[in-house]
Design a protein around this ligand. Structure first.
Ligand code: HXC
Length: 514
């Protein structure tokens, strides 16, 4: 027995050595953590249970027969975050560059199947040179097996991808299907084809960071939801995210108690929105004032800043917040912000997370590039997402709610449950200036003093239309509230909607305007 135990322990030590001392050192010299160190930082202390550490590849091609490394380049298993079960795989770049062989893929697939069957989140720590070249199409098949499971698990269990090294070629499509993508500046890259191929095909000169680094994907392409400066910071952020998500789509997210009083009224809320409705302000100030402990977990922070999305707790309830940002492009809805919002709303709806909308939107962005880029198709995604969502939906119109954007931003008409407005709300087909130009063009052209005449018409329009009381008279707005009571009113609504049940007609699936 003791001999056998010693043999087991030796094998265990061998598995932990991955690609060997030299490669482990090289990995650390690049400023990267080792596969198991990452798992330790991600999970609760000593909670990790590893599986399949003795798996090896079965390939004999290209001299691989005598190069078998225990674990075959990916550490897989399960553990807990904040005491709740998660499954995790962590690719080991020291073993064949973390490349994906048939056996490596099978380990991930096994984990995906377990996570789905047992209803717990799956977190992938990616650090890989892609398909293992020596295994050819078998490796491509392994990727496809993973993509299929990513798709089947979408909306059933939370799936999170953390990119901690290269992620190239078709391999990027597994993270792309998952719910959240994290990257680290300077060490993680995602691209379909690398800088070399780009140079050959399009003659563009660009390095890895410029083509597919963390900031590029977090701010320009929107592929990454988060960019961090270091791996420990990134992994800590993933742990924080889990506080807002349920284990799976049959559960509600766990609530979190805080000392922040539920009836807290905030006088500052009277001074954030400027009297001049054309002046910007920072919507983050309002979000901070209404959420528990001023803690807001912003998603896609650097992408499409005209729409803010993220998680918070409000009166202990985990919520998704969608808010227009008047401080960026006046809070207008454009292609990127529509897609960003739609993805977030659908994620919240899939995982039973109530939605709070803070609205100040002048409309959709006009312009040739927006029209030709398909703002109709992309704007429709946001409309579709809010319309199909059956989670509790609470909207507070802070200031502008003009045109189609009024309908889109979780209005009563598309099943908003509680729709409130501040007294500063302006709800109409369009803003005063635009409306006057359309309605009184001829009159103003022939006026003695066109400017003064326009001014008078604008003032008249504001009195007639730019307020919340016409909508309130129709019941489209349930109440016009004192801004200071926003937090208690939100908590009250969330409590009231706790057992909401709503269903969409039975269908195979909807046809989201992609
Ligand atoms: C087998 C690989 C490998 C791969 C790297 N290695 N990528 N082995 N298959 N795909 C091995 C190297 O031979 C080397 O082995 C070790 O991993 C480390 O690689 P280095 O090149 O020394 O590291 P580095 O300089 O940091 O460069 C990393 C890299 C580069 C940028 C990832 O290795 C690279 O370009 N690899 C190929 C990437 C690629 O084109 N993959 C296919 C993408 S297409 P030794 O023994 O020397 O340590 C794809 C299709 C997916 O993945 C399809 C899904 C549908």
């Amino acid at each position: 027995m003791r001999d056998k135990l010693e043999h087991l322990e030796n094998l265990g030590r061998k598995a932990e050595l991955g690609g060997g001392e030299a490669r482990l050192e090289a990995q650390q010299a690049k400023g990267k953590l080792l596969a198991r160190q990452r798992v330790s930082l991600l999970l609760d202390e000593d909670s990790f249970v590893e599986m399949d550490r003795f798996v090896t590849h079965r390939s004999a091609d290209e001299g691989l027969a005598d190069k078998k490394i225990l674990g075959d380049g990916v550490v897989t298993g399960y553990g807990t975050i904040h005491g709740r079960l998660v499954y995790v795989f962590s690719q080991d770049f020291t073993v064949f560059g973390g490349s994906l062989s048939e056996a490596h893929a099978e380990k991930i697939v096994k984990l995906q199947d377990m996570a789905l069957k047992n209803g717990a989140p799956l977190i992938g720590l990616n650090d890989s040179g892609g398909a293992r070249i020596q295994e050819g199409v078998v490796s491509l098949g392994g990727y496809a097996d993973i993509f299929l499971r990513n798709t089947l698990a979408s909306g059933v269990i939370p799936q999170i991808s953390v990119i901690l090294g290269p992620c190239a070629g078709g391999a990027v499509y597994s993270p792309a299907i998952t719910d959240f993508v994290y990257m680290v500046r300077g060490t993680s890259y995602m691209f379909v084809t690398g800088p070399g191929v780009v140079k050959t095909v399009t003659h563009e000169d660009i390095d890895m960071e410029g083509l597919g680094g963390a900031d590029v994907h977090a701010s320009k392409s929107g592929v990454a939801h988060f960019a961090h400066d270091s791996e420990p910071e990134c992994l800590a952020a993933v742990r924080d995210l889990m506080a807002f998500l349920p284990q799976n789509n049959t559960e509600a997210p766990s609530s979190r108690e805080s000392d922040d009083p539920h009836d807290r009224r905030d006088d500052k809320l009277l001074d954030i929105v400027p009297d001049n409705s054309n002046k910007p302000y920072d919507m983050h100030d309002i979000i901070g004032a209404v959420v528990d402990d001023r803690e807001f977990y912003e998603v896609h922070k650097a992408f499409a800043g005209n729409l803010i999305v993220g998680f918070a707790h409000v009166g202990g309830h985990a919520v998704g917040i969608v808010a227009n940002q008047p401080a960026f492009l006046a809070g207008v809805l454009d292609i990127d912000s529509s897609v960003k919002g739609a993805r977030f709303v659908r994620c919240c709806d899939a995982f039973n997370i109530p939605l709070i909308v803070l609205e100040d939107v002048p409309g959709f962005l006009p312009g040739v590039s927006q029209e030709h880029g398909g703002i109709i198709r992309h704007g429709a995604k946001l409309l579709y997402a809010f319309s199909e969502a059956t989670v509790p939906k609470i909207t507070v119109i802070i200031r502008k709610a003009y045109g189609g954007a009024y309908d889109v931003m979780s209005s009563k008409h598309i099943r908003g449950d509680v729709n409130l407005a501040w007294p500063t709300a302006e709800i109409a087909v369009m803003g005063p200036k635009g409306a006057v130009e359309v309605l009184f063009r001829k009159e103003l052209a022939s006026a003695e003093d066109p400017e003064a005449a326009a001014e008078a018409r604008v003032e008249n329009y504001k009195t007639q239309f730019a307020h919340p009381y016409i909508a309130a008279a129709r019941g489209f707005i349930d109440d016009v509230i004192d801004p200071r009571t926003t937090r208690p009113r939100l908590i009250n609504a969330l409590d009231m909607l706790r057992n909401k049940r709503d269903e969409n007609p039975r269908k195979k699936h909807g046809n989201l305007p992609l």
